[in-house]
Design a protein around this ligand. Structure first.
Ligand code: PLP
Length: 390
């Protein structure tokens, strides 16, 4: 065996995003015991930072020791019991995954489907919630498979008005656009470390409202997953009355998440959102000048995930291959019905900078030219620069 030396890549796909040198060096700090008082102080700091970032001051906020999918599974398995009715909104891959999990939890699953590329339609969700008493409404705030943003505040309100708990997937939204659990009155929100937080993959920040915690305490049977049984997890992360062993925390990964949160608050939450929005505007202007269009209508677009329609006659996979080989640049492919039809360009966290926008547009122009398409790369860059200068 030999040591693994990864190639240098610039990550502008749907996640992971670029990890800053500061976070990488935090990951390499000496490992200490997970019950060491210094480590426990770090855990408290992370909990407080997540409460702040998620707009969740009265919520229980912890990072689960697994990727974003574990946040989804924890939310669903802790809130749903066999026979409960669950309404799941599907407008892309990840709503579909939630519905599959809710079925595995033994719930009666009712799906409300919207076209891929469109936001979840609150009116249709409300109609479905009114049909029968429902335990949970689950939906994706930022659908990474399409780049569409749904109205989390409206959907959580509809859940409340109809006596349902809300589960909001904020894997791609957290750290890129505002996530405001308390203002939405959401019950469970979860995310992932590798998108707009720009830490390595493998941690899933999650926030539970008091209402959700009471609902879990009132379950008829124990949740069917042990690692992410919220009651057990809180005996470890809760802090009050001392901690009892539950699992061995991924210590160095938590150093990395902590550093990424420190960086985010140093920049300022509002400044971070403005940066993502500005980079998106610049990228979109450049793409438009290149004759390319985005899948999602402007009012529903996520700044951090840009699904670009591959034009007729252009080999979608060959473009990705070209930018990877010639520019060390990773952009994403389409998923499910979008396979072969779109590129997914991420502007997430440390990958949302003017340098990334310029590089991506230059590499795309080069890849399109390699396929014989005429693109005026100077005009493309000028369109982006005009937005960057604004
Ligand atoms: N939900 C959404 C919206 C996502 O984009 C992803 C990952 O891309 C997930 C859930 C699953 O996260 P992970 O791949 O970290 O398990």
């Amino acid at each position: 065996m030999q040591s693994f030396q990864p190639p240098r890549r610039i990550l502008m796909g749907p996640g992971p995003s670029d990890v800053s040198p500061r976070v990488l060096s935090a990951l390499a700090r000496p490992t200490i015991g997970h019950l060491d008082p210094e480590f426990q102080a770090l855990m408290e700091d992370i909990k407080a930072a997540l409460q702040r970032l998620m707009g969740a001051p009265d919520y229980a906020c912890i990072p689960l020791p697994a990727p974003g999918t574990a946040g989804m599974e924890a939310a669903i398995m802790n809130l749903l019991e066999p026979g409960d009715r669950a309404v799941i909104a599907i407008n892309g891959v990840f709503g579909g995954r939630m519905a599959d999990m809710a079925g595995r939890a033994g719930a009666e699953v009712v799906t409300v489907e919207d076209e891929w590329g469109k936001p979840v339609d609150p009116a249709r969700v409300e109609e479905s919630l009114k049909q029968a008493p429902t335990k949970v409404l689950a939906f994706v705030h930022a659908e990474t498979s399409t780049g569409a943003r749904s109205d989390a505040a409206a959907l959580c309100r509809i859940a409340r008005e109809n006596g349902a708990l809300s589960i909001v997937d904020c894997v791609t939204s957290l750290g890129g656009i505002p996530v405001d659990a308390a203002a939405w009155d959401a019950d469970v929100i979860y995310s992932g470390s590798q998108k707009c937080l720009s830490a390595p993959p493998g941690l899933a920040p999650i926030a539970l409202s008091k209402r959700a915690q009471l609902a879990i305490a009132a379950r008829k049977e124990k949740p069917r997953n042990w690692l992410c049984d919220f009651g057990l997890l809180m005996s470890y992360w809760g802090g009050e009355g001392g901690r009892s062993y539950h699992h061995t925390a991924p210590i160095n990964a938590l150093y990395g998440l902590h550093e990424s949160l420190v960086m985010l608050f140093e920049e300022g939450q509002q400044a971070v959102f403005v940066r993502h929005a500005r980079m998106h505007e610049a990228l979109a202007a450049g793409l438009e000048a290149a004759g390319l269009s985005l899948l999602v209508a402007p009012e529903h677009r996520l700044p951090q995930l840009n699904a670009v329609v591959a034009p007729d006659g252009v080999d979608e996979a060959a473009v990705r291959d070209h930018v990877l080989k010639a520019w060390d640049l990773e952009i994403g492919a389409g998923l499910g019905p979008m396979k072969g039809k779109v590129w997914r360009i991420g502007l997430m966290g440390a990958s949302a900078t003017p340098w990334h926008v310029r590089l991506c547009l230059t590499a795309l122009c080069d890849a399109l030219a390699a396929q014989g398409r005429k693109v005026d790369s100077a005009a493309v860059l000028a369109a982006a620069e005009a937005k960057l200068a604004a």
